[in-house]
Ligand binder design. Structure first.
Ligand code: KIV
Length: 263
């Protein structure tokens, strides 16, 4: 998968599968699947570091995760999130931040919102950095949005979102994530664009889907957003594995001859 495949898959009507990934071990696992590409999401601040939102993601944190994934992901394509405010201070600082992520192993970067980012997106794509947009529920704006709420539910906000999507395409984005928007709006935007949309909480009619690694594998026992589907009950299965380990120590079943060195 590379940037050209994104366009080709849209033309061919072939759905694009994206998963977030944050570390080497998970990258080795994902590398051996048919998933199309990985996103080093700034959700790493929450899933890997336990922060309450993505505002705590920093550039060194994102570079650290990007580098770890790039060592394990084989030839899969890596998109890395530009963290909170790393692309809002000046053109020069933003380009340096994108450079750090690319040099850590990313093949493309993602940033949230259209307003104020159009010049930067144009500059980055002209400089050899593919840019993915992100519209709808943009978690870095959570304090302005007033919470994790579905976006574009009213005529006016839906029209604004569609206009932003066209602006991002015009500026050179190769794809756009649509997060938590009504399915009908996501369909309308997807049909209006030549570049593929990747949905999360945006219904079935986007050109592809992205899910957070921990949500997909059911690793969170206490957090299940409406749009996320766990394809395996990872929490229970892994917990049972650890309990079996503890039990086999106590019963003396582990280690046995198989795991011991002779002389
Ligand atoms: O940070 C992230 O994981 C994301 C996805 C939810 C799209 O941006």
């Amino acid at each position: 998968m590379n940037v050209l495949d994104f366009y080709q898959k849209k033309i061919a009507g072939e759905k694009i599968s994206v998963i977030t990934c944050y570390d080497y071990t998970s990258a080795r696992l994902v590398a051996n699947t048919s998933v199309d590409c990985v996103l080093i999401g700034d959700s790493a601040a929450m899933t890997m570091h336990g922060f309450k939102d993505t505002l705590s993601a920093t550039l060194p944190m994102m570079c650290f995760h990007t580098a770890a994934v790039s060592r394990g992901i084989g030839n899969k394509w890596i998109i890395a999130d530009m963290p909170f405010l790393s692309y809002r201070k000046s053109l020069s600082n933003s380009v340096s931040a994108a450079q750090s992520l690319m040099q850590a192993g990313a093949h493309a970067i993602k940033l949230e919102c259209a307003a104020g980012n159009i010049r930067l997106i144009r500059h980055l794509t002209e400089s050899g950095i593919p840019v993915m947009g992100h519209l709808g529920l943009t978690p870095q704006c959570i304090n302005v949005l007033g919470g994790y709420k579905v976006q574009g539910t009213r005529e006016e906000s839906a029209a604004r979102l569609k206009k932003d999507a066209l602006l991002l395409q015009e500026a050179g984005c190769f794809s756009i994530v649509l997060e938590c928007v009504p399915s009908t709006l996501a369909k309308d935007i997807t049909q209006a664009l030549n570049i593929p949309t990747i949905g999360i909480g945006a219904g079935p009619d986007t050109d592809g889907q992205v899910l957070v690694f921990q949500d997909l594998l059911g690793l969170n026992s206490d957090f299940k957003p409406k749009f996320a589907k766990s394809f395996v009950n990872g929490y229970e299965q892994l917990k049972n594995g650890i309990e079996s380990y503890v039990k086999s120590i106590k019963t003396g079943e582990f280690p046995n001859d198989e795991h011991c060195y002779g002389h």
